[in-house]
Design a protein around this ligand. Sequence first.
Ligand code: BDP
Length: 579
Amino acid sequence: MLHPQSNPFRQCITLPEFWDFRFDPDDLGTDAGWGEGFTGGRPIAVPASWNDQFEDWRDYLGPAWYQTYFDLPWGWEQRRVALRFGSVNYIAEVWLNGMRLGEHEGGHLPFEFDVTEHVRPEGNLLVVRVEGELAPDRVPPGNVPPDPLDTFPRNKYPSTSFDFFPFCGIHRPVLLYAMPHGGIDDLTVVTDIAGNDGLVRLHLEAGDAATARLILRGYGAEVSAEVAVSEEATLTVPGAALWSPASPNLYDLTVEMLRDGGVFDRYALPVGIRTITVDGDALLLNGEPVKLTGFGRHEDFPVTGRGLVPAVIVKDYALMKWVGANSFRTTHYPYSEQMMDLADRLGFLVIDETPAVGLFFHEDGLERRLALCRQYTQEMIARDKNHPSVIMWSLANEPHSKRPAAKGFFRNLYDLARSLDPTRPVTVVSAVGIGEEAFEFCDVACLNRYFGWYTPPGQVDEGCELLSAELDTLHGKYPKPLLLTEFGADTIPGHHAQPPEMFSEEYQAEMLTRYIEVLDSKPFVVGQHVWNLCDFKTGQAVHRMGGMNLKGVFTRDRRPKLAAHRLRELWGAQGSESA
Ligand code: BDP
């Protein structure tokens, strides 16, 4: 699924930043025909969550309605026109000029409608009903009855089965874009290395049985080819400048569609030539072992909630560089396309995770949850397959996998991911550890651990012994690369204690230091991701002071805690990027 772009053959505009908005707590809108337009709306910002924009509606997750008007730019009448939503959480139902276009389930991934037949030159009315209730048969789930097998139930309000606030609304831009009829629909790029040559394999999908011209430029090279649309093409780049965190080299690929001797469509894509493979205990980037340092993170910021804020993206990359991180996991859902584009440019390695967090395996609703997970896996790979920064797919975070159904569930998803993308390792991020049977077939084992925090609390020494022993046992059973994808401690900024005690800045710094010593001592541990880059909003719970998870090494407004300075020493940051 290509991200819309503007060039002489395509045009993309963003719909306005203020829409009309109505909460619909009694769910009257559908019967009252609000899809054809409603009155009495108040202004709301798009993109942004609704929860923080108004007083008194923070915890409201039920139906709400958005509407906006737009005119078509000049010259679009002859074009194919599509409407694209970057992310709406959780269910979106869409009407254009009173006609229902369809619906999409699941936040964090884009969806679009071909509206060529329904747009008018002017006065178009777009209405979206959004609803984000928590339910056991949704993914991620909520309002799940307690599981007797769960040894550590954590009650929260709202009752999520995950540890972040269930923000609702239109979270990423809504785009309207025009393309030529019969033009480029999709493009898949896979890169490889043969000696000093870079190989760029392309598969193009387009409406017309036309010819395409492919041109790859950069670093003194220009390679081109003309191919029939359905054909696989390979461009060979002699002496290729490979993509890596140290040198995030990106070539410019241009695809042009040719008809009657002329160009009628064009799409440009940055291409990073790199390979990512697993060999024994090692993760290899361009054939060389790579170790990941970095974080889990959240799309979370005051007032805007989970809405896209480009300045926060830039800031977070600057913070990650400053501490010496080379990677992150898109905990616990795919991040914005803007975030992924910058990962390519700035040379970050990304574990791209579906929104499948907090999965459980009671028979009730299981089939529906599997169907949703398959949908998300497909949508995520379709969206992100061309990013050199994406080095791994994560199928889920911390599933409650103690029931037998879990193994078949993940085998199904693993096979799907590998069939859609045979080039990248696939993983499941586990809190179960040794009993996580999906580790048998996953290419890499990812583990989250909080010894010295939740259990045993306050005891870093014991915590590190437990960690060390568990890592060895796990590796004994699953001899493959292992990543510690979460470890950390809640910390109140400005709270100090000597000797360190829980919630103090010293405790967090000490715990991370000691964990990193253990991780560095195990050659099969190829990654260490601290939980979390920044403090973030959660529901209310006894273990969530002020409705916040405080495990950030930066505060929610991005100020460093002691641990950030410590990580910078441990990970050997050379200093922030020069202007
Ligand atoms: C892990 C989850 C993460 C939580 C973290 C914590 O993967 O989402 O925020 O624990 O408890 O279980 O801080």
